[in-house]
Design a protein around this ligand. Structure first.
Ligand SMILES: *Cc1c(COP(=O)(O)O)cnc(C)c1O
Length: 389
């Protein structure tokens, strides 16, 4: 009877309206109908990236789009910096290494962000860096790196491109690609964008296009110049995921209906604060400090004295609440509460109240209702503020 309450940091729930939009009849990707859909959708999605540049649509997961960003800009043997603060930063390192780039790895302990000063100190002794790769939102730890500041440092210290993996936050976190001086920003469909997996979005700055034009990218399917050429005609080089583009069009409409993208961002900020305050009230530790805490996913330590694996299984089996476990060395130590995309304050209250029920089942020592109350207080305060405006 019950539906699974999916609170993972991707894939995430899909709005009914988006599902319905994806049920439309299919048409050819060389038809005028497609050109209209493509042009309108890639225009509507620009505020989410904070860019005036074109948004390219790849029929792929986020990883392929990251690979496209790497292979189109850098050649084997060239020097790059990869900032890694967790599992997804490490994947970015692997992509760069596979292509034979000379990788300088700025590694931080999992749960920490990379600060502007750290990046500056790291860059200063290096020379001829072609690109700096940064994970915007580290999905394994719930850290939002300060990309605006990091991009500025790269500009001040080097001629390198700034290439950003925004897969788990673009759509939920503020992104000002142009104003921040980000050269390539990448995201995928199945996280904050509220879509099924299989579509990725890439935006490229003028500076980066110049580099791409000169670079001998050994890539056919992921060749961004080919995407740019076809985009001028309102099309993609090969058959796109037309159904998902219908969905993306509807997602953009939903964001408009929410009152504009800044409202969507504010909702994510509110949900983050609700989750964090609830955990504090329940004496359950958070992996990260507040300062760089992600607006889309919160990493939470195992409640004291509880076997995390058993707790998560119990939550799913008895309460249909589905959280994600930890990755790498954090497996069994943390769980990840995804609050991105099609997720609202009411969903947070629901999840915390179910969590409290499970805590009770495990005889955890706490004051029943304390977590829900703390989250609700954050919610009420935000409503008050809104009414006063
Ligand atoms: C999910 C994720 C990816 C990988 O995306 P796929 O669609 O699974 O290929 C890359 N980077 C980050 C930060 C992610 O959260």
């Amino acid at each position: 009877m019950y539906e699974n309450i999916l609170r993972h940091p991707g894939p995430t729930p899909i709005p009914k309206k988006v599902q319905l939009a994806m049920n439309k009849d299919i048409f050819s990707h060389r038809s005028t109908e497609f050109v209209e859909l493509y042009r309108e959708t890639t225009e509507l999605v620009k505020p989410v990236f904070g860019t005036k540049q074109d948004i390219l649509l790849l029929p792929s997961g986020g990883t392929a789009a990251l690979e496209a960003a790497a292979v189109n800009t850098v050649s084997a043997g060239e020097d790059v910096v990869v900032v890694t603060v967790g599992a997804f930063g490490d994947y970015f390192v692997s992509i760069c290494e596979k292509y034979g780039f000379n990788v300088h790895k700025l590694e931080k302990e999992w749960g920490q962000a990379c600060t502007a000063d750290e990046l500056r100190a790291f860059l200063q002794p290096l020379q001829a860096i072609k690109a700096v790769f940064v994970t915007f939102n580290e999905t394994s730890t719930g850290i939002l790196n300060p990309v605006a500041e990091l991009a500025q440092v790269v500009r001040e210290e080097t001629d390198a491109l700034v290439i950003v993996d925004g897969v788990s936050c673009v759509g939920g976190a503020p992104a000002e690609m142009d104003a921040w001086g980000v050269d390539i920003l990448v995201t995928g469909s199945q996280k904050a964008m509220m879509l099924p997996p299989g579509l990725s979005l890439v935006s490229v700055s003028d500076r980066a296009w110049k580099v791409i034009e000169e670079n001998k990218a050994p890539s056919y399917y992921l060749n961004l110049l080919s995407y740019r050429g076809w985009a001028e005609k309102g099309m993609t080089p090969n058959t796109p995921t037309i159904t998902l583009i219908y969905g993306l069009h509807e997602v953009c409409k939903l964001i408009e209906q929410e009152g504009g993208f800044h409202k969507t961002v504010a909702r994510h900020e509110l949900m983050k604060n609700m989750v964090r305050n609830a955990m504090k009230a329940l004496n359950i530790e958070l992996l990260t400090e507040d300062e760089y805490a992600s607006p889309t996913i919160t990493a939470i330590l195992a409640p004291k004295g509880i076997d995390l694996g058993e707790f998560l299984t119990h939550l799913k089996q008895h309460y249909h609440l589905d959280f994600a476990g930890g990755l790498g060395h954090l497996q069994g130590k943390i769980f990840r509460f995804g609050h991105m995309g099609y997720c609202f304050p009411s969903d947070i209250l629901q999840a915390i109240s179910l969590m409290e029920a499970a805590l009770q089942d495990f005889s955890y020592d706490f004051e029943p209702g304390a977590g829900v109350r703390a989250a609700h207080e954050v919610f009420l305060a935000a409503q008050q503020k809104q009414l006063q405006r």
